[in-house]
Design a protein around this ligand. Structure first.
Ligand code: ZN
Length: 501
């Protein structure tokens, strides 16, 4: 569901099914959607609007099998097109007819339909598949985490390849129905609302629905033995949380943190506007991973996030992404700052709310505690490069840029920007440049120079720039005063264990 490709003419073109084949110039869809950070991610030539995944998973063997039905629309005359996928495919049908297919590259599934597909037409693709996700890797890694009681698919920027065929890039968002049968006694957790559970012959089928556009990396599946809790936020959003029964000493702290999901979402709505989805929650499988991920409506948390006790700050971070990252998604992966800079800044606001240090104090601390020669300052949060996509600078320097903006335009305008942006680009995609222009339009001030200083220069903004941004004024006179570490710092930093590949 790449909103920029929805042209008024597309529907009209779909009615012209009688175009003679000889009149069209059939060509293969590109094996990548055109993201310079990840040239092979996503695909060209079509746009998916809905994924229907009907699966069966056996936790004992990690075997996943089932059928994916994709509803798509072509964006060019297609002789062939790719999906991104790693499991073993037994049959592909396109518009009802068997198609030929072959695996290529690191994660491509090339599909050649029996009849070529004219641009602007509706296409239904059915893929039957099976496999053991934990045995599959691409580029030397796997995003499928085997647990003692099952498995989990959650990673960024890639997680889908291990459990469903897709156009794997945030530019192509879609709605989802995810229905997974697991042995009685296990649960299947996914995004959105639980539509039904049905049991038959020792198997229970969990059917989940996401009815708002969702990026592929934000789709998640976890199978295991969970304690499930339910509730409703003050604002009326239903909550489903799931905790592996196997979390040991981390169980209490995980639950004491994530059970505050409704409270945190309501608090964030005061800053970001109404919560954009119809479901809330979080889940903690028994993985040995260290990170958390903003999987849509239901973030993934690693047990390790709670090893030192409760951490509501990480819940704030992942829920902030529901507005900044999930509803409004990156246009390309270079735009990661519009996710991480804001989710980190939400943690600073939470610290302020909790009386554990204001955003200004945290900004001053970050600025003062990183000397000019720290490589931290060579990372450009506005376009960090794929190798630094999840570098700590994207988070901390990224949030520093927002504090600089806040001081430049004042609280009233700053918070109007924070609240207006998720509405302006709801359920779509946007670039860092779009944010700069949006902030300029709301404030009526030129801001290019400010963002260039804080997001794009490969060096520490000097004292004049920091003074202009009201950051760490007392630490700039060469007096050598040691920065004061805000009380919230340890918990904010505990969310830093991010991606490893
Ligand atoms: Zn994040």
């Amino acid at each position: 569901m790449h909103r920029r490709l929805i042209a008024p003419g597309a529907f009209v073109a779909s009615l012209l099914l009688a175009v003679p084949a000889s009149a069209a110039s059939w060509s293969p869809g590109a094996p990548g959607i055109g993201d310079p950070y990840y040239p092979a991610y996503g695909n060209g030539g079509y746009d998916v609007s809905h994924y229907d995944l009907r699966l069966t998973y056996q936790p004992r063997t990690d075997r996943l099998e089932g059928t994916a039905t994709l509803l798509a629309r072509t964006t060019q005359d297609l002789s062939r097109f790719d999906l991104d996928f790693l499991l073993d495919v037994s049959e592909v049908r396109v518009n009802g007819a068997k198609a030929s297919f072959t695996a290529s590259g690191e994660h491509e599934l090339e599909i050649t339909p029996k009849n070529p597909l004219p641009a602007g037409t509706a296409v239904t693709v059915v893929v039957r598949y099976s496999g053991v996700p934990s045995t599959k890797s691409a580029y030397g890694f796997t995003s499928w985490h085997r647990t003692p009681d099952g498995g989990v698919g959650a990673n960024e920027p890639e997680a889908a390849w291990w459990w469903f065929p897709s156009n794997d890039h945030p530019l192509d968002k879609a709605t989802y129905d995810v229905s997974v049968a697991v042995p009685d006694g296990s649960q299947a957790i996914s995004n959105g609302t639980l539509q039904s559970t049905t049991s038959r012959a020792g198997w229970t089928r969990y059917s989940w629905r996401s009815d708002k556009p969702q990026a592929t990396y934000l789709a998640t599946l976890a199978v295991g033995k969970f304690d499930v809790t339910t509730g409703t936020s003050e604002s009326g959003i239903p909550i489903v949380n799931a905790y592996s029964k196997d979390l040991g000493g981390n169980y209490g702290a995980a639950r004491a943190s994530i059970e505050r999901t409704g409270e945190v979402a309501d608090w964030l709505a005061e800053y970001f506007g109404p919560y954009p989805f119809n479901a809330l929650g979080g889940y903690v499988p028994n993985t040995n991973t260290g990170y958390a991920l903003e999987t849509q409506t239901r973030p993934f948390y690693s047990p390790r996030q709670f090893a030192s006790g409760t951490n509501v700050s990480v819940v704030v971070h992942e829920l902030a992404h529901q507005w900044y990252g999930d509803s409004v998604s990156v246009d390309g992966w270079k735009d990661i700052w519009i996710n991480e800079g804001f989710a980190r800044y939400a943690q600073w606001l939470w610290s302020e709310h909790e009386g554990e240090g204001t955003a200004q104090e945290i900004a001053d601390y970050v600025y003062a505690s990183r000397p000019a020669e720290d490589p931290f300052w060579t990372v450009r949060p506005g376009d960090p490069g794929p190798e630094n996509q999840f570098h700590i600078a994207v988070y901390d320097r990224g949030a520093l840029a927002l504090q600089a903006l806040r001081n430049e335009v004042g609280d009233e305008v700053f918070f109007a920007v924070l609240k207006g942006w998720p509405k302006r680009y709801a359920y779509g995609n946007a670039t860092v440049g779009d944010f700069v222009r949006y902030a300029e339009s709301v404030s009526g001030q030129p801001l290019t120079a400010l963002f260039d200083t804080w997001l794009y220069q490969p060096s520490k903004p000097g004292a004049p720039a920091a003074r202009a941004a009201s950051i760490a004024p007392e630490a700039q006179g060469g007096s050598g005063s040691a920065p004061v570490r805000p009380k919230s710092w340890k918990k904010i930093a505990a969310t830093n264990s991010v991606h490893k590949h």
